[in-house]
Design a binder for this molecule. Structure first.
Ligand SMILES: Nc1ncnc2c1ncn2[C@@H]1O[C@H](COP(=O)(O)OP(=O)(O)OP(=O)(O)O)[C@@H](O)[C@H]1O
Ligand SMILES: [Mg+2]
Length: 242
């Protein structure tokens, strides 16, 4: 690992969508670079393009112009099979809408990326890690529950645990505390900060919450698909709630 190396590089990123005869410009030439281990908060009003940007960073969607490089690899125009490999070993993603698999339990959902991306036949290490992660988001008594048996906030925490199971160098999270009460929100924040600080995970987090954004090293604000401010800040110190 080279200190200060760039983990995410976004260059002239644009996304336009045809809507009948009209073209809607959702992102308009966004550029920034995120060094390894940085915690970036993305803010901006509803509809400003935050989720679209995050989807492009994860390679879940392709841009109309521009490029995304993750850890030096240009991903935006890779064929799906190669993209899936890069994504699998580089990014953990927490969706705004969770996207859990309904037929799998909480534990199985967290374990899924591990099973898809490792050769560990009996999953012992994965099982252990999945339990630890679910424990750290306060769900050790919900391991065998299916998504329909979980509240919105509980599903959100399962999605968060799943994003970290492969210990990816980059985690992208869309409103990861949006549906959580103060206590669970601070547990999730604690987990995110712990992974960011101790494993050096590069974290890009979309949030409307200025308090949460205060813990970040940097704040990028979007308006109408463009960056209107991009500032390094002194992150607030986090007191562990007991
Ligand atoms: N498939 C699509 N077709 C047309 N317009 C779209 C499509 N996807 C997104 N948009 C539009 O692009 C804009 C940006 O959407 P996006 O979901 O990125 O916003 P956001 O900043 O994440 O908002 P929120 O805070 O509400 O989650 C919105 O105006 C949205 O309506
Ligand atoms: Mg969104």
């Amino acid at each position: 690992m080279t200190e200060g190396s760039t983990m995410i590089e976004v260059e002239g990123l644009s996304k336009s969508i045809r809507n009948g005869a009209r073209t809607v410009d959702i992102l308009k030439g966004i550029s920034f670079a995120v060094p390894r281990g940085q915690f970036v908060a993305i803010m901006g009003s509803s509809g400003s393009g935050k989720s679209t940007l995050l989807g492009l960073l994860a390679g879940l969607d392709s841009p109309s112009a521009g490029e995304v490089r993750l850890n030096g690899t240009a991903i935006s125009y890779l064929p799906e099979d190669q993209l899936a490999k890069v994504r699998g070993k580089t990014v953990g993603f927490v969706f705004q809408s969770y996207q859990l698999v309904p037929t799998l339990t909480a534990l199985e959902n967290v374990l899924l990326p591990y099973e898809l991306n490792t050769e560990d036949a009996n999953n012992q290490e994965g099982q252990k890690r999945a339990r630890e992660l679910l424990n750290s988001v306060g769900l050790s008594d919900r391991l065998d529950h299916y998504p329909v048996q979980l509240s919105g906030g509980e599903q959100q925490r399962v999605a968060l645990a799943r994003a970290f199971i492969l210990r990816p160098p980059i985690v992208l999270a869309d409103e990861p505390t949006g549906n959580l009460d103060t206590t669970n929100g601070s547990h999730v924040l604690e987990l995110l900060l712990h992974l960011n600080r101790s494993l050096g995970t590069t974290l890009v987090l979309v949030t409307h919450d200025p308090v949460l954004a205060g813990y970040a090293d940097r704040r990028i604000v979007l308006r109408d698909g463009a960056v209107i401010s991009d500032e390094i800040q002194q992150p607030a110190s986090f007191m562990v709630a007991t």
